[in-house]
Design a protein around this ligand. Structure first.
Ligand code: SAH
Length: 231
């Protein structure tokens, strides 16, 4: 049924997903209490969080929990972040319609979709091949033509399309990968959780100004580990 609705929307060339669905009320309430209620003020971020159908980014069995105030499993030991964290990371990179973004850790594709509602282009990389395939199909069905996804280890970024105004990393390495800093544009903003596995991690914001990096510690977080491919 859900697929049928999406396919119908694509065929009819309308909004790719219905603006009203059975979770509209849950989504609006999530935005009101978890997003605006906790201090997110960026209007583009709020609008995107109101629009993207989060329930289509989790398994069918758990769609009723999709607007809850917690991260959720998306299989393969990975998670979709709590809505507030997605909104916070989106706001902090100051998205706007002329910007180019890189995301490391596509996962379900939800963060990529939220960004893609605002910025010009989103490049996103996922290391688990099955997740990369699933999320690319999902984003394609939902009509996100400005998201370019690939499977692989995002440690080295995506040099072909660099520099990026925005880089969002959604898995936690021990140290910030140097290639990502190199691929940040002048005035670009990179947000990344940093810390050892199983320990408290810190969300860091890096801003490039006159070629130099300004680093700010934002808050404590808990993300899945940043992995490296063996080849
Ligand atoms: N942004 C995602 C959150 C996914 S959790 C969402 O909105 O759903 C983080 C993801 O990062 C996981 O899917 C994990 O497999 C992936 N990941 C971990 N290390 C990675 C790496 N080196 N390169 C690319 N993806 C990585």
């Amino acid at each position: 049924m859900r697929l049928a609705v999406i396919i119908l929307c694509v065929i009819m060339g309308k909004h790719i997903f219905p603006q009203e669905d059975k979770f509209t009320a849950a989504r609006n309430s999530m935005v009101k209490t978890q997003i605006i209620g906790r201090g997110i003020t960026n209007s583009a971020t709020i609008k995107a969080m109101r629009k993207v159908p989060r329930h289509l980014f989790v398994s069918r069995d758990s769609e009723n929990d999709a607007y809850g105030d917690y991260p959720m499993s998306i299989g393969y030991g990975q998670t979709i972040s709590q809505p507030y964290i997605v909104a916070y990371m989106t706001e902090v990179v100051r998205p706007s319609d002329n910007k180019k973004a890189l995301e490391i850790g596509t996962g379900s594709g939800y963060q990529a979709a939220v960004l893609a509602e605002i910025v010009d282009k989103v490049y996103t990389i996922e290391i688990v091949p099955e997740l990369a395939k699933e999320s690319a199909e999902r984003l394609n069905l939902l009509g996100y033509k400005n998201i370019i996804a690939k499977a692989g280890d995002g440690y080295n970024g995506w040099p072909e399309h660099a520099p990026y105004d925005i880089i969002i990393v959604t898995a936690a390495p021990n140290k910030i990968p140097e290639p990502l800093i190199d691929q940040l544009a002048e005035n670009g903003r990179l947000v990344i959780p940093v810390g050892e596995q199983g320990r408290i991690q810190e969300l860091m914001l890096l801003v490039k100004k006159n070629g130099k990096i300004d680093k700010t510690r934002l808050t404590f977080v808990r993300f899945v580990p940043f992995r490296r491919s063996k080849d």
